[in-house]
Design a protein around this ligand. Structure first.
Ligand code: APR
Length: 342
């Protein structure tokens, strides 16, 4: 996946380049600047002393010296002064200028810290939104693996109301011990549906480990539709849905944050089985309904399970018709789940 949000110390990464959130002297400082200079050793400072500093929003490159990454791209973010002094545009230009250098050097991978979100005081969630926005725009036109390194949890400050809403949604559904101890029970052929309320329910002891797979289909789907697509593979359903949504292949896999090579594999092999995260990423990019998402997952050999908080959070957002990957990732991060696009 071309954009990865990871929790890591950037000095540990082995990329073509890591980005340093520096100050205009380029002669080192605290935060990530201090960590990078410490890990790189004196050679980095010696080269920086030849650069003549750097203006806010601009970027300059040096070698990486003792770092595992080959190069360091130094950029100077804006100091946050309330948002009315062109801070957003200056921060955006940091990302654009660093990515322009990475492209000029034909780098395959680059890692960013959250520029300006530490000492310079830029609100972390806004800083993250700008980073993701600028990087995804760049990745629409370019192939590169870009990491955004989240060093502390404060980078995602999901609203308290949304957090509580998701927490209660999980509580109502999360199945401990992988047994379905919620109201619904596995019935013959399908989970409890109101139409089968009269069917006697198995006692808890009989309840089998179930995967939440509500087989009640959407009223709107005709029997013809169901039968027509019943033998469809994951790949065939994906391509059909891309057409039905009027998207191009590139729009879909970029929005799903899937790299072009992986998409080509899926497109060329009708029986290709993607990972569950990849299948979910496509479902979100295509803005599929919950039933369509379950169909697509089933064709890849997966199902949404209520013994998996990640799945429940995905289900929550789909039911809310909220397909904003950033907001979904904020929630996944807040609940210590792996992120989409990682
Ligand atoms: N790896 C990854 N991220 C890190 C690391 C690390 N080792 N150390 C800090 N960070 C994160 C911080 O949590 C923050 O989210 O990097 C982000 C940027 O914070 P700062 O390093 O404070 O950079 P910035 O806010 O841009 O301020 C730059 O601080 O260190 C000085 O010399 C620097 O004057 C400059 C100013």
């Amino acid at each position: 996946m071309p954009l990865k949000l990871i929790r890591e110390d950037i000095t540990n990464l082995s990329c073509d380049a890591i980005v340093n959130a520096a100050n205009s002297t380029l002669l080192g400082g605290g935060g990530v600047d201090g960590a990078i200079h410490k890990a790189a050793g004196p050679g980095l400072l010696n080269e920086c002393m030849t650069l003549g500093g750097c203006s806010t929003g601009q970027a300059k490159i040096t070698k990486g010296y003792d770092l595992p990454s080959k190069y360091v791209i130094h950029t100077v973010g804006p100091v946050w002064r309330g948002g009315n002094e062109n801070e957003e545009q200056l921060l955006r230009s940091c990302y654009r200028n660093c990515l322009a250098i990475a492209k000029e050097y034909n780098f395959e991978s680059v890692a960013f810290p959250l520029i300006s979100s530490g000492v310079y005081g830029y609100p972390k969630d806004e800083a993250l939104k700008i980073a993701v926005d600028e990087i995804t725009s760049f990745l629409y036109e370019n192939d590169m693996l870009v990491y955004v390194v989240i060093f502390d949890k404060a980078s995602f400050n999901i609203g308290e109301k949304l957090f509580d809403d998701i927490a209660s949604y999980i509580d109502d559904r999360y199945v401990d011990g992988h047994f379905d101890n919620s109201r619904r029970r596995k019935m013959k052929g399908c989970l409890f549906c109101p139409s089968q309320a009269s069917v006697p329910q198995p006692t808890y002891a009989e309840a089998q480990p179930v995967v939440f797979q509500d087989t009640c289909r959407e009223e709107s789907e005709s029997l013809d539709d169901i039968l027509k697509h019943i033998d469809e593979s994951f790949s065939e359903m994906l391509l059909r849905k891309i057409d039905e949504k009027g998207m191009t292949d590139a729009e879909c896999y970029k929005k799903a944050n899937i790299d072009r090579k992986l998409f080509s594999k899926i497109r060329s092999d009708r029986l290709y089985k993607p990972s569950k995260t990849t299948a979910i990423a496509f479902a979100i990019a295509l803005e599929l309904s919950l039933e369509e998402t379950k169909d697509m997952l089933m064709k890849a050999g997966f199902a949404l399970s209520h013994s998996n908080k990640f799945d429940i959070i995905i289900e929550y957002f789909i039911k809310k018709n909220n397909y904003n990957v950033f907001e979904i990732n904020e929630a996944l991060f807040a609940f210590d789940q792996s992120l989409l696009g990682v």
